[in-house]
Design a protein. Structure first.
Length: 366
């Protein structure tokens, strides 16, 4: 990628393709104390007040800067590197390549927690791994004083729900969710009935004395790609039909309609919502309903297959951070009479991890 000049015009060239950069686009990005607040990087002017047909009177490439004077009298030096970054996908988190995995995954993504970890380059590496695999495990995280709140807020901000700022995962009488029992939990995503669905779930193991209660993960991205390749009719209907997801307890009713597999604007995988105890399929023609039920059954079989599930035991001090839009999680059953199994959980959203990742990338010039 490079910048070229010709007849007071600026061109961006990449892989043989050349495009003119609009003068207004450059004028919006003028730098200097008169135009940008250095602390916040926010403009000190309103670009909607600029004249629309702004032109370039003078332009010159000098070292690593583009010196430019516009016909409204403004002169500025724009860093070439900053201009090229805007034409590159390198800083766009959605271009971090997802790594598909199945039950053959043996090397879990573990990082040891240390003091000041949130501002270290190791945290940057952990977040990259999170976006690649959809989960990451932090070891030796303090287990006292609800440290999960400190952990989450050191990345971004906790997403509060009707379960509170955080929640305790252990067997208890009269639970309002099966998570608060010792029963097995099949692979599922959390809170599919919310709009928007919490993006990231954090589970912190405080105590685990039981032999069962293994944590399970399934890569919904891998399973979706399998379904798309081998069962295209099932894939099609699960990405097109919206179903109702619902949660009810004594104090709240939560509902949302969405496809079980959601695609982005390019028709690529974006999100899975799967919790068959909470979904309600709308009334459709008999043939279409039968196809939908067959598709749901097939994807459930894939999610529950030994081919795609990994199992591991969370030890005291382990903290699992997982992508609730990509991964399904569950657990095996356990005997509460063996001892305590106590986890704490909370949610954060993508803006937290994305903001932290970009901050660390800037800090360490990565």
């Amino acid at each position: 990628m490079k910048i070229e000049l010709k007849n007071n015009k600026v061109f961006f060239e990449n892989k043989g393709l050349k495009k003119e950069i609009h003068p207004f686009w450059l004028r919006e990005r003028v730098d200097g104390d008169s135009f940008v607040d250095k602390a916040t990087q926010q403009r000190l002017f309103d670009p909607t007040n600029l004249k629309e047909n702004i032109q370039i009177n003078f332009i010159n490439l000098s070292n690593d800067y583009l010196e430019i004077t516009f016909d409204d009298g403004v002169h500025s030096k724009l860093a070439i590197q900053n201009i090229l970054k805007e034409f590159s996908n390198i800083n766009d988190i959605k271009y971090i390549k997802k790594i598909k995995w199945d039950s053959s995954l043996k090397d879990l993504n573990n990082f040891e927690f240390k003091d000041n970890f949130f501002e270290e380059e190791e945290m940057y590496k952990a977040l990259i791994s999170f976006y690649q695999y959809g989960f990451v495990i932090f070891k030796k995280v303090p287990t006292k004083n609800n440290f999960i709140v400190n952990f989450a807020n050191s990345i971004g901000s906790i997403r509060r729900t009707n379960f509170g700022e955080f929640f305790n995962v252990k067997s208890k009488p009269n639970p309002n969710d099966l998570a608060y029992t010792s029963l097995p939990l099949a692979p599922h995503t959390d809170n599919p009935y919310r709009n928007p669905v919490p993006c990231i779930q954090i589970l912190h193991c405080i105590e685990n004395e039981v032999s069962g209660g293994l944590s399970t993960l399934v890569d919904g991205f891998t399973v979706t790609e399998k379904l798309k390749k081998d069962f295209p009719d099932y894939y099609k209907i699960l990405t097109e039909i919206k179903v109702r997801f619902q949660f009810i307890d004594q104090s709240v009713v939560l509902e949302d309609w969405a496809e079980m597999i959601q695609l982005d604007e390019l028709r690529d995988f974006k999100q899975v919502r799967f919790s068959p105890r909470l979904d309600f399929v709308p009334l459709m023609d008999k043939e279409k309903l039968e196809l939908y039920y067959s598709a749901r059954k097939k994807i459930s079989e894939l999610y529950n297959s030994d081919d795609y599930r990994i199992e591991f035991k969370l030890q005291s001090g382990d903290l699992l951070m997982m992508d609730n839009h990509r991964l399904l999680h569950g657990r095996t059953s356990y005997d509460a009479n063996e001892g305590n199994r106590f986890l704490q959980g909370c949610y954060i959203d993508y803006d937290s991890t994305e903001g932290k990742l970009k901050h660390l990338k800037r800090k360490f010039n990565l």
